[in-house]
Design a protein around this ligand. Sequence first.
Ligand SMILES: Nc1ccc(F)c(C(=O)c2c[nH]c3ncc(Cl)cc23)c1F
Ligand SMILES: [Fe+3]
Length: 289
Amino acid sequence: MAKTLARNITSSFFAKSRSEGVGAIVRRCIGGSKTLDPFLMCDIFEVTPPAGFPDHPHRGFETVTYLLEGAIAHEDFGGNKGLIGPGDVQWMTAGRGVVHAEMPASKVTSRGIQLWINLSREYKMIEPAYQDLKDSDIPRAKPEPGIEVKIIAGESFGVKSSVFTRTPTMIMDFKLEKGKKIEQQIPKDHQGFIYVLNGSGYFGENQFKGEEHNALFLDDNNGDHIPVEAKDVDLRFMLFTGKPLKEPMVNYGPFVMNSEEEILQTMFDFNQTTNGFERAKKWRSSIAD
Ligand SMILES: Nc1ccc(F)c(C(=O)c2c[nH]c3ncc(Cl)cc23)c1F
Ligand SMILES: [Fe+3]
């Protein structure tokens, strides 16, 4: 069978720690100087009480919060509240508007990843929705001993996630023992990036070396897979790919719309608690004092 086209890595950078929220620390691998349609932001966060992300709004996109260690409590203006524990995922579709708080619920430092995925114009003003996945709900693919793929969204080695993605997205957590190599299929029309969580490895057809805290960006050569090899040590990395929306994007902090007018309207809606922000009137979370 003819060998299909593989993706290469075009660039990488080391995600430095910076403060965010109230006393939290994040390594921002998307959203600082680097954007990658349809992804708006990707933070690898560390947060210890009393720090956190107190009451704040979102409109026009989705947030995906994946806990690596510890726990995050969340509560929104609609009374939705819960705990995101180790290995769990909260997929929040903010749509027309959510106001919530996200606070650490563990004495030890809580570590995780929060990805912001843009919504296309047709979905920006839909009702908010949640998809909560407990670690045990999230399928794994184990194509051979020494390789495990945790599939938060998308498909790997015939194993599919149950998550509904309005913006076509793949999010996977890979663990490769030293000496193992893998080829992960990627839709040809997706853009993507990798974040190395632990160890190091060689990524893409061009065997680009990636180490801890490195964000690595895939070329958009329409390749249908990416080869990865853990040559020297065990490797753990995240793969994020998504179909670009190719729409105008105007953002103002946690509001992401298609025009300046829509952003001004959003700021008015939030300040006047109208048009999706009605429940924000007088609401204060109970988890962020
Ligand atoms: N507007 C705005 C401004 C500043 C923020 F910090 C936030 C925000 O909440 C987060 C930024 N990264 C994060 N990682 C993890 C978690 Cl749980 C939350 C966030 C936000 F939304
Ligand atoms: Fe938030």
